[in-house]
Design a protein around this ligand. Structure first.
Ligand code: AMP
Length: 297
């Protein structure tokens, strides 16, 4: 395994692998402090690609003023040890100056999709995400890039980015990895004390409650949101920032849920000083049946 800090070295390594050895390259973009959620992406990349690059970069442009950029957990030594278990070939761990050199002045904005939910709560967040991914994609030129459903809106933004700007990279989205309590793994969970960690399971409980109500036949988006909100409200340490029920692909707000298209229920909740997000996708039974049919031999 090689740790690469320079853009130029990173692009020359992957250029060679592609041109001279015809290797497929998988990129797993991360901000480090790796946990099982990240590692599930690495495992899939390992299976699908000849060469795996994991980027570890806490990207300042996706943090707003007053957010946790300075205290975000960083531990490259531990990340390296974890990645060694998966025979990852390269870790790309550039400095901030390497990604954003002096006089850096070009940013990428994915309009529309970036302007809701997380985009409202964290202005400029997706501009930072789209910009750093553009730099990473242009540096590594991966055949595949791997993302977690945990950040549902991010997966839609990156798919749109790749389509609109014609990147030659396929986006692979993998399911959210959770603790037994249902709490989605996140590097930010390290901010939680024991009591808060227990309380944080309320996010998934709330989403699961909405799913139950949906299964019972409720198709009003407002009522699903209310069902989830009631669960969050029952946890004294939790403060709901938003809950939204949208089309899972376009993120259009819904009133009535159709039985034709998947629905995304996403929420952001503050537990003490820590802000957590989570989501689930509800798939209509008919769509599930169709997927099963397609899969059967
Ligand atoms: P981050 O380091 O938080 O920027 O995350 C890097 C990648 O890992 C993103 O694509 C995330 O969506 C993904 N990820 C983070 N947490 C999880 C999780 N619990 N399950 C699956 N993927 C995750």
């Amino acid at each position: 395994m090689e740790i690469i800090n320079r853009r130029q070295r990173m692009s020359s390594v992957t250029r060679k692998l592609r041109r001279e050895q015809d290797k497929t390259i998988g990129l797993v973009p991360t901000m480090g402090a790796l946990h099982e959620g990240h590692l599930s992406l690495v495992r899939e990349a390992r299976q699908m690609c000849d060469v795996v690059v994991v980027s570890v970069f806490v990207n300042p442009t996706q943090f707003g003023p007053g957010e946790d950029f300075a205290r975000y957990p960083r531990d490259l030594t531990q990340d390296t040890t974890r990645l060694a278990d998966y025979n990852v070939e390269y870790i790309f761990a550039p400095t901030v100056e390497e990604i954003y050199p002096k006089n850096f002045s070009t940013y990428v904005t994915v309009e529309g999709l970036s302007e809701q939910l997380e985009g409202v709560a964290r202005p400029g967040h997706f501009r930072g995400v789209a910009t750093v991914l553009t730099i990473l994609f242009n540096t590594v030129r991966p055949d595949f890039a791997f993302f977690g459903q945990k950040d549902a809106q991010q997966t839609l933004v990156v798919k749109r980015l790749v389509r609109d700007l014609a990147f030659d990279t396929e986006i692979v989205v993998l399911p959210t990895v959770r603790e037994d309590s249902g709490l989605a793994l996140s590097s930010r969970n390290t901010y939680l004390d024991n009591e808060e960690r227990r309380a944080a399971a309320v996010l998934y409980r709330a989403l699961s409650q909405a799913r139950e109500v949906y299964k019972e036949g409720e198709r009003s988006a407002r009522r699903l949101a209310e069902a989830a909100r009631d669960v969050v409200d029952s946890e004294p340490r939790a403060r709901l920032e938003y809950i939204s029920v949208t089309d899972a692909e376009t993120m259009e707000k819904l009133d009535k849920i159709s039985d034709e298209r998947p629905v995304l229920i996403a929420l952001a909740v503050h537990i003490g000083r820590t802000r957590l997000i989570d989501n689930i996708v509800l798939r209509p039974a008919r769509q599930k049946a169709r997927t099963a049919e397609l899969k059967s031999p």
